[in-house]
Write a new protein. Structure first.
Length: 191
């Protein structure tokens, strides 16, 4: 994998771990970028797929070609293995309800124009996983398709960015939290 540690000079020389896209491994890249370290490799995630569906010939949680393309169930199981939980955000709600200081980060699922071998567009819809998290005082888009992390700004700006993303079709937001935050619901503001 094309692992890189970026030094963001605009943010006081902060080091940012950023994996770049390989095959259809964006779920692995998103999780590693979220954790800011190599928490997972393809072998680990493939093993999780088989644990989720041990008796199926074609595993429904990944590409049958072994190139990745993991589904949300795999991300949820992987996050749990690292002591985190996933909350699927109801996109009908406003992101202003999020209590950012209690959230570890986000994984955004967006449409993707995937090309076989980088050249041949596939005729069916593909999805892409993107990590977003706060590093020091700034939120970053850690999309593995980007050459380097993209600074989104402060809390207000990231909430606006997420809300704008969710207004688009076929986009979903996963909120990554510690189990106690999920249990007590403190990832969202009291209404």
């Amino acid at each position: 994998m094309k692992n890189r540690v970026e030094t963001e000079s605009a943010n006081g020389g902060v080091q940012i771990y950023h994996e770049r896209q390989e095959k259809e491994l964006c779920a692995i890249h998103a999780m590693n970028n979220l954790f800011q370290r190599k928490a997972f490799v393809q072998k680990d995630i493939d093993k999780l797929c088989y644990q989720l569906s041990p008796s199926t010939f074609f595993n429904p949680h990944r590409s049958m070609f072994g190139t990745g393309n993991y589904d949300v169930n795999v991300i949820m199981a992987a996050m749990e293995s690292q002591g985190h939980e996933v909350i699927w955000f109801d996109k009908r709600r406003n992101t202003d309800e999020l209590q950012l200081e209690n959230i570890e980060g986000f994984i955004l699922n967006i449409p993707s124009d995937y090309k076989l071998g980088g050249l041949i567009p596939l005729s069916f819809n593909r999805k892409h996983w993107v990590a977003i998290r706060k590093i020091v005082d700034t939120y970053y888009n850690l999309d593995s398709k980007l050459k380097s992390p993209d600074s989104l700004g402060d809390s207000r700006k990231v909430l606006h960015y997420l809300q704008t993303q969710l207004l688009e079709k076929e986009r979903e937001l996963l909120i990554i939290v510690k189990p106690e935050i999920h249990k007590d619901g403190s990832w969202k503001r009291a209404t």
